[in-house]
Ligand binder design. Structure first.
Ligand code: URA
Length: 273
């Protein structure tokens, strides 16, 4: 291949990655071993250049996977059962790491479960891991995460001391898109169990995705700064405060004034007896 071709291919692959195309997939599920066994040359096969140049008819059946991925309902049922059986935060972490039911996992480098102090009074729930989080395996470590750390520091809190941070999904959505309702529904039993096992006093919902996933409402502009209550699948109730996502505040810094009001509201509840 010419150097110019190599550079063009590299540029195309980089563009694909930026657009969220991180996997080579076909329109049909593909069984790797089925594909290998038919793709490898047979002992008596005609491998002459002429024979290889002949177009081969499409054989879609060889690409069919032997085990079909679980349906969304099956994945949710499985997550519910696994999460309910976990009796500690560390057990839950291990269960999420080995869970195979969320389709996002296939395109992610790492499982991003939680970071901070499991016994903290404050739990922050964000949207989804981004590129930096996916690389490191911890939530909120990129630019938005650094702003979140500064926001917490402004009310004298930190993930090292007294805060736990997680997301509504544990794997990076391709191209940093918002997770779908199915993806959040599959992870929800784990999120609920995390809340029950860590038993925070107060939960901050960072942005529209957790607002939607946990309260079933949309419109962070109107919902922010107003206390609500959630009930976990295990029937426990917790106060939640929807707030702007730090990534939104990076894009629209004039809203930091409102975010500061919300932080004070959050802290007042945290410090009351
Ligand atoms: N944004 C989120 O919502 N979560 C992260 O972990 C990082 C960025």
């Amino acid at each position: 291949m010419e150097l110019a071709d190599t550079q063009a291919v590299e540029a195309l692959l980089r563009w694909y990655a930026e657009m969220g195309v991180e996997e080579a997939v076909t329109s049909e599920p593909m069984g790797l071993y089925a594909w290998k066994s038919t793709a490898e040359p047979q002992a008596n096969a005609d491998t002459s250049p002429r024979a290889r140049a002949k177009p081969t008819p499409a054989k879609t059946q060889i690409f069919r996977s032997e085990s079909t991925p679980p349906s969304a309902d099956e994945a949710i049922a499985s997550a519910t059962k696994i999460a309910a059986a976990c009796t500690s935060f560390e057990e839950l972490r291990a269960a999420v790491h080995t869970f195979e039911g969320c389709p996002l996992k296939a395109g992610a480098r790492n499982t991003v479960f939680a970071d901070g102090v499991a016994s903290a009074k404050l739990l922050v729930i964000g949207e989804a891991p981004g590129r930096d989080e996916d690389q490191i395996g911890k939530p909120f470590v990129g630019r938005a995460g650094q702003l979140l750390d500064r926001m917490l520091a402004a009310i004298d809190r930190s993930r090292d001391q007294d805060t736990l941070i997680t997301n509504v999904v544990y794997w990076r959505p391709p191209g940093n898109r918002t997770p779908t309702q199915i993806e959040t529904a599959i992870c929800q039993p784990f999120v609920d169990r995390l809340i029950e096992l860590t038993d925070p006093k107060v939960i901050m919902l960072a942005g529209g995705a957790p607002l939607n996933a946990l309260l079933g409402i949309s419109g962070i502009m109107r919902a922010r700064g107003i206390w609500r209550e959630i009930e976990t699948q295990g029937g426990k109730r917790y106060p939640v405060l929807p707030m702007f996502h730090p990534a939104f505040l990076l894009r629209q810094p004039t809203n930091k004034r409102l975010a500061w009001n919300d932080l004070l509201t959050l802290n007042a509840r945290l410090t009351e007896d």
